[in-house]
Each structure stands twice: as C-alpha cells, then as structure tokens.
Design a protein around this ligand. Structure first.
Ligand SMILES: Nc1ncnc2c1ncn2[C@@H]1O[C@H](COP(=O)(O)OP(=O)(O)OP(=O)(O)O)[C@@H](O)[C@H]1O
Length: 274
C-alpha cells in the first residue's frame, strides 16, 4: 500500500492521500469520522467500499465528489489536487434525482442541454441511451409512471450520457428488491465494461460488493474509521451478478471478508447503543 505522503507512480483515477475528515460539533470536541486514510483507485477499476453503518462510506464518497473538503490530507484526481467540486465525476445516489415534470427522455437529455448541446441532438443521444438501458419505448413516460427499477435505469442513463471517467455510486440500488438489484448490477457492469471508467461504489451489501467489484475495501467501525481490508476480487469477467454468486470462489471471498466485517458491525452497534 502506498504511503500517505507519496503518490504512487502511473495514472490513477483517484488517490486519497492521507485524507482525514472531522465534523465540528457545537461546544464539544470535533467528531472525527475518518482517520487519515490512503487509498488509490486505478483507471478502469471498479472498487466497492463496505463497512458498518455510520462508519463514513458516504463521507468518503462525498470527499471524492468534492462536496466535502478533507480536514487533512488531499484528494488527487488523475494526479492533480481536486480544487473543489469534482465536475468530471458522475454521481448516482440512492434517491432518484429525476425531475418529475420531465419525461424519461427529457431527463436523460438534461446534462447534454446544460452542456450546450442543441436540443435535437441531445434528444437523439438521450433516445440512444434509453435503448442502452432497456427503455427505448419508455421515453415519453414521466418518472411517476415508471417502476423503481425503471427510474434507476433512467438515472443511470442520465449520469452516463455525459461520459464521466469516474463514477461515484452511493447505494444506488438500495431501495430496489433483491432481484432487481441483481439485474441492475449486471446492467451496470455491461455498461461499464471496456469504457475505462473508474467506479467507487458504496454499499452495505457485501454480496453486491463482491459480485460487482475488482476490489473490496473494508472500513472499520467509526468514529475515526480506518481502512482495515483491501481484497482483490479475482472472479472472472464478464459477470452476471446473480450467477457469479454460485461459484465456490465467491463463497471463499465472502467468508474471508465477512469474518473481518462481522466484528466491526458488532462494534458499530455497540457504539450506537452506548
Ligand atoms: N454534517 C455532519 N455533521 C456531523 N456528523 C456527521 C455529518 N454527516 C455525517 N456525520 C456523521 O458521520 C458518520 C459517517 O456518516 P456516513 O453517512 O458517511 O456513514 P455511512 O458509512 O455511509 O453510513 P450508512 O451505512 O448508515 O449509510 C456518522 O456517524 C454520521 O452521523
């Protein structure tokens, strides 16, 4: 693992260089969410962050997005310090970010229109993206006329149409049923494969993390969460996120990571109950 002060050689999508994050608390000592943490994510790499509830997974993602400024250390994007908002990243949250007054097609076209692409071209490209996420015939539907999984597909098309080289995903499939989550996971892998994009995916679901990722990063229970595990997921690609769970190697990896995670989950519950 690279040291906190020395950025590794070669192109890196994201390098968290001794990043520390503490929130001020009125009339009390600051609350340190993340102890200094160093982590590199290579281009094309799909990593997941797992850890017990409240350990700082979303906080770390928000630092990469430039929504939170680290209290210490720095974030490098392709070797350069992140100056503020990470405009090159695409962000997909658990909650829908669709505009209810726009159709699916119009929602997908929004980022292109903001970028100044003429409306006709934006609509044409949005239609192509609706096709890629399996919604070619749903372009004229409003968000309330779509299922949760369909809205998530629209959200994915809306993020990917800008072709961001870094995807930041915070429990994006959280509200969906288990079967739809697996279908969406496979769709995400199909859309990501061969694009060269780096992905940082936050989830509390260890099986989902293993099924999707090249690496699973484990954070300890907070406060002052630390990086305590960095597991290579040496499962074959391309993957179907349902079928991959049947491989013996999947179970070995799950066993190894869960053996470490379960103690942290217990600590987090004890901390919250105290
Ligand atoms: N603005 C804030 N001020 C103070 N504390 C905060 C703030 N935002 C988050 N926290 C605290 O920071 C910690 C980490 O929160 P975060 O949302 O990053 O955790 P998480 O690992 O994503 O949790 P979960 O798995 O439950 O979604 C929590 O204890 C939370 O209460």
């Amino acid at each position: 693992m690279p040291s906190a002060t020395e950025a590794p050689q070669g192109p890196l999508a994201v390098h968290f260089d001794g990043v520390r994050l503490a929130f001020p608390v009125k009339n009390k000592p600051e609350y340190e969410v993340l102890a200094p943490l160093t982590l590199s994510v290579a281009p094309q790499q799909f990593i997941s962050i797992v850890g017990p509830t409240g350990c700082g997974k979303s906080t770390l993602l928000n630092v990469a997005a430039g929504l939170l400024k680290p209290t210490g250390g720095r974030v490098l994007i392709d070797g350069a310090p992140l100056p503020g908002l990470n405009r090159g990243a695409g962000y997909l949250f658990q909650q829908d970010a669709l505009m209810p007054w726009k159709t699916a097609l119009q929602n997908v076209a929004v980022p292109l229109e903001i970028a100044g692409i003429p409306a006709a071209e934006a609509a044409e490209r949005a239609q192509a993206w609706l096709g890629k996420v399996g919604l070619a015939r749903f372009g004229d539907r409003y968000p309330h006329q779509l299922s949760g999984g369909q809205r998530k597909r629209v959200g994915m098309a809306q993020v990917l149409i800008r072709d961001p080289q870094l995807l930041l995903m915070d429990e994006p499939f959280g509200p969906l049923d288990a079967q739809t989550r697996q279908i969406m996971g496979t769709l995400l892998l199909d859309l990501w494969a061969g694009t060269g994009k780096a992905v940082i995916f936050v989830t509390h679901d260890l099986e989902e993390a293993i099924a999707l990722s090249d690496r699973v990063i484990l954070l300890s229970a907070g406060p002052s969460a630390r990086l305590i595990g960095d597991y290579d997921i040496d499962l074959p690609r391309p993957r179907n996120t349902a079928d991959i769970r049947l491989l013996p190697r999947f179970h070995e990896l799950h066993h190894a990571i869960w053996s470490q995670l379960r103690g942290e989950v217990a600590k987090a519950y004890a901390e919250q109950a105290a």
